[in-house]
Design a protein around this ligand. Structure first.
Ligand SMILES: NC(=O)c1ccc[n+]([C@@H]2O[C@H](COP(=O)([O-])OP(=O)(O)OC[C@H]3O[C@@H](n4cnc5c(N)ncnc54)[C@H](OP(=O)(O)O)[C@@H]3O)[C@@H](O)[C@H]2O)c1
Length: 279
């Protein structure tokens, strides 16, 4: 039994609340990084076509000795593949690159609300991917409340998750609350803001008080808020540190103090205007 709790998604599928993200891990280093994560105990990997390292994730899966059922694998539809036929092709390509018959989760990576393909059409094609059995669950990423509302109004399938930027400097409350209201689990990307929050004096003081590192306190804060996280690291000691979150708890005062650090500060693009598609 893993120490990591599962989160039950609306369609009955369970996802480990703590996983391992592979954004910015070079393709040739991905196999070893993921194998290290498996050794430490992670059983949930978050990748994307955009990261260029799905093959490395697949190599690690095969080299790990773990069964396919033991690992939860998420990938994402790249920008530039939002048209129906491209969605279907991209899903097949991700399956081939990962070397699996089925993804556990497949997400629209960005809504791209300003491009000429409507993300509602893209979502309908994602539903086809789901109904064809190519993903056990489907969801979205970087969707704002109006984007989610349109999916609810115009289709018959609620996204299982919305993967959005969340950390103490961007608590993203309204999008999280909308998700909670509609059964859409929140996945918090860049959970330690790529390191930006770790020197914050409030966080450092709490970390000293509870005898944990700032990264552990931040990740624990996410877990206690109920969000799903997958910190990235290519450093074994940090991969271990980021997994050691289940033998301490933050009190209400500490939870509130971290939440109060919000300054609506993004480290990544604004989903309402982001429109970059690969050439
Ligand atoms: N859907 C999206 O649009 C989107 C966008 C961004 C990210 N994501 C997902 O979210 C995952 C996590 O986000 P992220 O990779 O951007 O950032 P992150 O996990 O918040 O931070 C990763 C950075 O922090 C460092 N780090 C990790 N653990 C640490 C620790 N315990 N102490 C000090 N530094 C530490 C890592 O360095 P080293 O690696 O050098 O150790 C790396 O530079 C991604 O890998 C990806 O799967 C999704």
């Amino acid at each position: 039994m893993s120490v990591v709790p599962d989160v039950a998604l609306t369609n009955g599928v369970s996802i480990p609340q703590l996983g391992f993200g592979v954004f910015q891990i070079p393709p040739e280093e991905t196999r070893d990084a993921v194998l290290t994560a498996f050794e430490v105990g992670y059983r949930h990997i978050d990748t994307a076509e955009m990261y260029g390292n799905e093959r490395g994730v697949g190599e690690a899966l095969r080299a790990s000795g773990l069964t396919r059922e033991e690992v939860f694998v998420t990938s994402k539809l790249n920008n530039g593949y939002h048209r129906r036929d491209d969605v279907l092709r991209a899903a097949d390509q991700s399956l081939a690159d990962l070397g699996v018959d089925q993804m556990d989760m497949f997400l629209i990576h960005w809504p791209l609300p300003t491009i000429d393909v409507d993300y509602v059409e893209t979502w309908k094609a994602m539903i086809e991917v789901y109904r064809a059995g190519k993903a056990r669950a489907i969801g979205v990423s970087n969707f704002q409340v109006p984007h989610l509302q349109r999916l609810l109004d115009e289709t018959d399938h609620v996204p299982a998750v919305n993967q959005i930027e969340v950390h103490p400097y961007l608590t993203n409350e309204s999008v999280r609350a909308f998700g909670a209201q509609h059964g859409i689990a929140t996945e918090a990307w860049s959970p330690i803001a790529q390191g930006l929050v770790l020197g914050d004096p409030v966080l450092v003081e709490i970390a000293e008080r509870v005898g944990r590192t700032p990264a552990q306190v931040t990740l624990r804060w996410h877990l206690q808020r109920g969000d799903i996280v997958f910190p990235k690291s290519v450093t074994r000691s940090r991969v271990e540190e980021n997994f050691a979150l289940f033998d301490f708890e933050l009190g209400d005062a500490e939870m509130s103090a971290l939440g109060a650090l919000n300054r609506d500060q993004r480290t990544g693009p604004d989903p309402d205007t982001f429109a970059r598609v690969p050439a």
